[in-house]
Ligand binder design. Structure first.
Ligand SMILES: [Zn+2]
Ligand SMILES: [Zn+2]
Length: 442
């Protein structure tokens, strides 16, 4: 087969091969054998495909049958989906699941069918599906906070498929991802017009994209700034690269895992620190590293002497991307499995007037601040839902920067897995023995 699937679909469309079928649903032409692992049955409804399903007290790869989709929904043949750490607790748990569902909350693939009301994408488009929708019309989108789009929901409106025994299967976070097929409302779709590999593109829909967006949307890192990134998992790596893109003066990375510190230095970090080795000295050390070349206040300097510390010294921008451990890592364990300490440190290591972004998930407990420090030291705090991603604007920007070699998504992927090995991929992410674990589909 000489033609790529995308070109084939385009050719078929030009020849009138894509037509409105019964009910107004726009159908893809018959898929050539060998091009798609999922079987078409003439209509999308009833189509059989494989998916990783969490149900009962376990999780396994199952063959499913697609149910009818809605007029504003899009059927996507998945090409890649990166396993996010935030799902490992749920997937590996042996507690009874409330309903059968396909875990995860991002992916990318090719559009194979669209409902009659869909405008944003066409059949044959490559699409990134981020964890956060963007309708462009709701109150939050109109305030410029599409990361809080009012269509964001963790409760899917309807089951997407059923198992052989009739059990209905839902998509986690309304979109799933660990499946040969995704069915999502159009506001979750970001079409991309590029040849960047699928396994790299899918990272823009969740972890790496979140860190990138946090750096330029929420923190708004400035050229020459002192930046600290706490945690060099895939989210932190995005933040590090954002600091690099914005030409930060220094990018200090705090990370207990050695192999992650090494990767951080390859993608934009200028110095790494091990929080276990630094202990209680971490915050004073970072303040010292960010004190600048002079304490001459008439010459643009910061006061170094203790009596002037009413103006807290520290980083201009601090991005926290640690979160709580769902399981003990099989590699170096960080200083606080609850994830509270890095939040406290992020606050304390930022200068008066500086910016703090928090992106970590799954913390257990409460953060305590001195009231005066919280109320009157001029620090600005940004809580990071998907880093403030404005997906239709930002993802194409990141694609361009990947094409230019400025953003490195390739190094972020340390292992790919076929769908049959999804459970192993989730286990590896839980153990933190891999950085980016991506399920790829043939
Ligand atoms: Zn995620
Ligand atoms: Zn919206």
């Amino acid at each position: 087969m000489g033609l790529s699937r995308r070109k084939m679909l385009k050719k078929a469309a030009a020849a009138g091969g894509v037509a409105a079928a019964g009910g107004g649903v726009i159908m893809a032409p018959q898929i050539v054998s060998g091009q798609a692992p999922a079987q078409l049955t003439g209509t999308q409804t009833g189509r059989r495909f494989k998916a990783f399903v969490r149900r009962g007290t376990g999780a396994s790869v199952e063959e499913l049958k697609l149910l009818a989709f809605q007029p504003r929904e899009v059927v996507i043949r998945t090409q890649a989906s990166a396993v996010c750490y935030t799902i490992v607790g749920q997937v590996l748990s042996t507690n009874a699941a409330r309903q059968a569902s396909i875990p995860n909350h991002s992916g990318m693939g090719v559009v194979e069918a669209i409902g009659p009301m869909v405008k944003r994408v066409q059949i044959g488009d490559r699409v990134v599906i981020p964890g956060t929708p963007q309708c462009g019309q709701c109150y939050q989108c109109l305030q410029g906070r599409s990361d809080w789009c009012q269509f964001l929901s963790t409760a899917p409106a309807h089951p997407m498929a059923e198992m052989a025994d009739g059990t209905q299967v839902f998509e986690g976070a309304s979109l799933g991802g660990l499946s040969e097929i995704m069915v999502v409302p159009e506001e979750y779709c970001c079409p991309v017009f590029t040849d960047v590999p699928s396994a790299e593109l899918t990272l823009l829909g969740d972890t790496v994209g979140t860190g990138l967006a946090a750096g330029h949307n929420l923190a708004q890192i400035e050229p020459g700034a002192d930046v600290v990134v706490l945690g060099a998992g895939p989210v932190g790596m995005g933040a590090i690269q954002s600091a690099k893109v914005q030409n930060a003066g220094q990018v200090i990375v705090v990370e207990p895992i050695k192999y992650r510190r090494e990767i951080a230095m390859k993608v934009g970090g200028t110095l790494t620190l091990d929080p276990n080795a630094e202990g209680a000295g971490l915050v004073p050390k970072i303040r010292d590293l960010c004190k600048g070349p002079t304490d001459r206040r008439f010459a643009g300097g910061r006061a170094w002497a203790d009596q002037f510390l009413a103006v807290p010294n520290g980083a201009d921008f601090t991005i926290e991307a640690v979160g709580g451990d769902s399981f003990p890592p099989k590699v170096e364990v960080g200083p606080d499995p609850t994830g509270i300490l890095p939040l406290q440190q992020a606050f304390d290591m930022t200068r008066g007037g500086g910016h703090i972004v928090t992106l970590g998930f799954g913390q257990r407990g409460n953060v305590t601040f001195s009231a005066v420090n919280f109320a009157n030291r001029g620090r600005t705090f940004h809580s990071g839902q998907q880093g403030g991603l404005n997906m239709l604007r930002d993802i194409p920007r990141y694609v361009k920067l990947i094409e230019k070699g400025v953003i490195d998504t390739k190094t972020m992927i340390t292992k790919t897995y076929p769908i049959e090995q999804t459970r192993q991929a989730v286990q590896d992410v839980a153990d933190r023995t891999v950085l980016g674990a991506v399920i790829t589909f043939t």
